[in-house]
Structure formats: C-alpha cells, structure tokens
Design a protein. Structure first.
Lengths: 339, 277
C-alpha cells in the first residue's frame, strides 16, 4: 500500500478539482445528521473525533426513496420509461464503519440479479475514508472484524497526523489513479508516521466474538431470549433506517398525475408488522419478539450463511438512536457469552 | 445493465371467473421479442402489476408446454388484486419473472404421480398437471385429488371435468362436508380423508401437495403411512414478497429465501426450517 501526506489546504484543493471534474461531493452535514451534497468546500470539516452521522452514508448509493421507472397510462396502453442513475460522487470523510458497509451490501445487490441502481452509483463513486478516533460505549467495530482504522470499503483512507496534515493510504486502483491525477497535492510520506497514529487509536471498549454469536444463533431459534426485548421494543424501526447495512425495501407505485406515475423502491424495515403481513391476514412474524429475532439473526447468522459477511459494521447507530434504549451491541455480546 | 424491476407489458386476452372471488387472467406478451425471450418451468412465480396500484405475487398457472399465453389465478383480497379485477380484456398489466425454483418434472419421469390440492392451491399444481398431461407418455399412473370448501369454491371447473372424463388418469374431486349441492356427484369429505380412502401407493411415486396449511398438515402423516418418501413429497411455500429477486428481505424463513430457494420444497427440506411461516 502506497502512502502519502496531504495538507488541509491540499484536501480542499483536491475537492475543488474533483468538483471541476464533475463529481458531486458528499460529506457529513454541519449538524452531523447525514451525508449531504457539499455546496461550499470551505465548510467541509475533517474531525476524526466526531460521532457517526445520525443516518449512515448508505443513502448516498441506496437512497431512502428512488424511482425505478416512470409509467404513462393511455387508454389500454402503458408506456414505461426506464431510468438510469447518473452523476459521479465523492463520498468524503466516511468513518471506516460507514465505508465498510458498501463492501457488505454490495453482495446482496449483486447476488444473481444485479441491481443497476445501486451498482451504477457504486461504480461512479469514489470513497474517501477517515480513520476514526471517536469511540463511545455503543461502538463495537472491532467485534465484527473491522476497526477504527480499517481500510475496507475506502478507495483511500485519510489519517489525521496534525491539525494541518493528513496521511493518505491508497487502497484501490481508483484511489491510486486519484493520487496520480493530482501529484502536486500529495507528498510522498513516511509509512511509519501514519502507522504510529493508527496504532495509537486502539478500539472501542465493547468487545465480543461474532463467531460465538452465530454459534449460539445456529442452535437457538426457539428461545425465550428475545421475549423480554420484544416487550420493550416499540417497533419504530429507527434501527433499520439509520443502519449502514440494512437493505430491505418495498416496491410501490405513486401516481403524480391522473395518468402518469412512477414505481418506487423505498426503504422498509423488518421491525414493522406490515413488512411480512400476508393478504390473507396471516403473519409469520406477528409479534415484536419475532421481528427482533429476525433482525439479530439476519445480521449475525443468515447473512453470514449466505455471503460470509456479518451484516453489521459496529457503528452503534441503532443503539444510540433507540427511543427505548435497546442496545443491540449489549444484546449480541450477551449472546456471545451464552454459547 | 438491465433494470431488474422493469416488467414486461402483457395484454389481457381473456378473463375467466373461477369462483365468485377468484379469477383467471389469460395474458399475452405485447412484444414478440419479449415472448421469444421468455421461458419458464412449472412451479415458478412472477410479479404481476397494475400500474398505479403496485405489484403482487402469484404463481404461473399455465404450463411451459403452452407458451401462447401466460395464465394466473388470483383471489380478490388486497389492493392490487382488487385493482386487477377492475381491468378488462385489452388492458395492460406488468409482468416480471419467472422467479424461484420449479417442480422436479424431469425427475418425475417414469414414476407414478399423485397430485393433491385444496382451494386455490390448485393453481401451481395445474401448471405441472397440464405439463405432465402434455407429455403423458413419459409418466406412469397419475392421480389427481382436489378439494374445496364448497362446490362454488372449486376452481378450473372445466378442466376438472375434462380430467375426470379421461381414462388415462384418475381424478377425484371432493368438497368439505356441508359444502355440497343437491346435485353434487363428487366425493364429500376433507382432502386428507379422501387421500386415505383412495390410498395411492407410495412406491416409485412422487406426490405434489398444495393447499391451505391445515390441509397439508393433516395430509402429510397419511402420505408417510402410505409409504411416500420425505424427499418425494413436494409442496410450495408462500410468503409476502416484493422483489422476487432475493433482495428486499421479507420472504425468508430462517436463512432460506422463499423467492430464491423456493417456492418449491420437499417435505424433508421443510422439516429443517424454523417454524416461522
């Protein structure tokens, strides 16, 4: 892996150049709630110690609501107008727990049938990660195979060396080409310096073995374990909406004129009663504990069975935002001790 | 890259009312190119849509040996099925598919086949029955046992009559006790009871069972008693689906996706699944 050093001014210059190339820059918003399109590059801040945005960067490539085609009805006929997502994006300043999410959900969107909406956006994006020094009680990235300095998912990873200079670790070809395009902005760096900083970051205090979680889930589907959680959970589904790896969606039609409309792909969540309700009235996951069991199993067992990846990056958003303080990190670390 | 959410456009060529609330649509591809490109196997399903209302999931009820039309049968229960019922001959619907796995028709060659269906559960079975009848010589004895709650709930009545008049297959139609009309000439009794009375032999035989869960539950022990192997009892599962492509995340039972690993399962596979369907 090649290493460089870039100054704070250099980063601004880089983003300006990329904007000129036609990229839209997406970075955490001022109030840190989500990733937004940057209008003024001077406003982009690089704080490795700020907490993850409320909503993950997932929505840059997999938006909350998106049309998959337009339709027009005319007497008996229907005309379909296909859509292609366009535009190049730079996702800037992603924490490793956000960057890694794309590597994980990439698999489900490419499993047999390829979802062009996700894929085109992914192919046209450049992901610039930032090694993270924010660690709180909810973080558990090191327990799911990642770390605050993980390079998974980033094209280049920035490491804060001082207030004005950042180490640059090149991870993918896309990242390498970027450095080659703007050689004047990057200085050849000493590999040891970033490493020293990286080593000093350490990891979150919460630590468990995700393999042990799976081991227990493998043998315990019918269990009382989730009953008490089901009693507490209000089923609001915020955990699924802020999550960087939750990828469930609904498909619905929206008419916006008498004869015209669009078919939408909207985020959906396994915590909702309607999610699995049959037309007959039967519901396989009719109570909250079953829906919570589904969420934990999907993340730590089903996805691992199918794609050999844990469907979780340990960002802790689900717990930080839960209105009734259900802490999934605590739940799975308790499970890991049961097996 | 293709848009996997974009449906084919189909024209409604014929509407057949099966029962007061169940209807069959006969659909034809609007584009010759789509028609040529399309192929499927018995047991696969599709997403049918009314533009402006949304999509819903049914099996393809016609066999792959009759490709002029695609047929689907549905009961009027929800938003989209109500909208489908409002459509007339000549109207356009969306059709996305085929998805999922299929009945092992090739492995059934040279074997006796027992079809058991209840209510609208005959729709997926009909696809195989017609497929097998179109290739009658490749299979040995064929028995069809079909039941519904009342006489008026029997679907595909014209075909049931045709099957009953054939002498190279055995067709038994039954209605639940109390569901008969004064002039009903078929059997009276629940499907499991009739299966037990007819006692098809399990040796060198495959059974395809579709219907309400309660019917399947009581039929399975009888099949075991008759000597059918667990691998040779085949059924279909249903769950709410949106994408049909293994992505939208709702049709799973444990770690299997009904839309990708199903909807066709053998009894031995079924036994390995968690009780969440």
């Amino acid at each position: 892996m090649e290493e460089y050093v870039i100054s704070l001014e250099g980063i601004k210059g880089l983003l300006e150049n990329l904007t000129r190339e036609g990229f839209n820059i997406y970075a955490p918003s001022k109030n840190n709630d989500r990733f937004v399109k940057v209008k003024d590059i001077d406003e982009v801040a690089l704080f490795p110690d700020r907490r993850p945005t409320d909503i993950s960067a997932k929505e840059c490539l997999f938006p909350k609501c998106e049309p998959v085609f337009y339709y027009k009805r005319e007497k008996n006929n229907v005309e379909i107008v296909d859509i292609d997502p366009n535009g190049n994006k730079v996702l800037f300043g992603l924490k490793p727990c956000d960057a890694a999410s794309f590597t994980i959900i990439h698999k489900v969107f490419n499993w047999d049938y390829k979802d062009k909406f996700y894929n085109k956006r992914f192919d046209n994006s450049l992901i610039i990660g930032l090694a993270c020094t924010y660690l709180d009680d909810y973080c558990f990235c090191t327990s799911v195979g990642l770390s605050p300095v993980s390079t998974v998912g980033s094209d280049i990873l920035l490491v804060r060396l001082s207030d004005v200079s950042f180490g640059v670790i090149v991870i993918t070809d896309k990242g390498g080409q970027l450095v080659k395009r703007y050689p004047q902005l990057f200085e050849k760096g000493e590999p040891t310096k970033s490493k020293q900083v990286l080593d000093s970051i350490g990891g979150p205090a919460r630590k468990f073995d995700h393999k042990k979680v799976k081991e227990w889930l493998d043998n315990n589907f019918e269990t009382d374990f989730f009953n008490s959680i089901g009693d507490i959970c209000v089923g609001c589904g915020q955990c699924t909406f802020v999550c960087p790896t939750c990828h469930c969606f609904d498909i619905v039609d929206e008419d916006y004129l008498y004869s015209e409309g669009r078919r939408m792909k909207n985020w959906d969540g396994c915590q909702f009663y309607l999610f699995t309700l049959h037309a007959s009235g039967h519901n396989p996951r009719d109570t909250q504990y079953k829906r919570y069991r589904q969420r934990v199993n999907h993340k730590f067992k089903y996805y691992v069975d199918r794609f050999q990846e844990v469907l979780c990056t340990g960002c802790g958003r689900c717990s930080r935002g839960c209105p009734v303080s259900i802490d999934i990190g605590d739940i799975v670390s308790r499970i890991s001790k049961l097996s | 890259m293709e848009n996997i959410y974009k449906p084919y456009l189909m024209e409604i060529k014929e509407i057949i009312d099966e029962t007061p609330d169940t209807r069959t649509l006969r659909l034809q591809f609007k584009s010759e190119e789509d028609k040529k490109r399309f192929s499927f196997k018995a047991g696969q399903f599709a997403e049918y849509s009314v533009f402006g209302e949304g999509e819903c999931t049914f099996c393809i009820a016609s066999p792959p040996t009759r490709m002029d039309f695609i047929e689907c049968s549905f009961k009027q229960v929800g938003k989209v099925t109500n909208a489908l019922r409002r459509l007339n001959v000549g109207d356009t619907v969306g059709f996305r598919g085929p998805y999922g796995n299929w009945f092992p028709v090739e492995e059934m060659r040279g074997k006796n086949i027992v079809f058991i269906a209840g209510g609208i559960g005959l729709a997926p079975v009909r696809s195989v029955i017609l497929n097998v009848l179109d290739r009658r010589k490749e299979f040995r004895d064929i028995t069809i046992i079909y039941g519904a709650r009342t006489v008026s709930d029997l679907v595909y009545k014209r075909e049931l009559e045709e099957w009953q008049s054939r002498n190279d297959i055995r067709t038994v139609v039954t209605v639940d006790p109390g569901g008969e009309t004064p002039d009903w000439k078929g059997e009276i009794g629940f499907v499991p009871t009739i299966v037990e009375r007819i006692s098809p032999k399990g040796e060198n035989a495959v059974s395809i069972i579709c219907g309400p869960p309660i019917m399947i539950k009581f039929t399975l022990p009888i099949m075991m008693k008759l000597g059918f192997k667990e691998d040779n009892i085949i059924t279909t599962l249903e769950n709410r689906m949106k994408c049909g492509l293994g992505k939208c995340g709702r049709c799973n039972i444990g770690n299997i996706y009904v839309c990708k690993d199903g909807p066709v399962f053998s009894y031995s596979q079924l036994k390995g699944l968690p009780q969440e369907y």
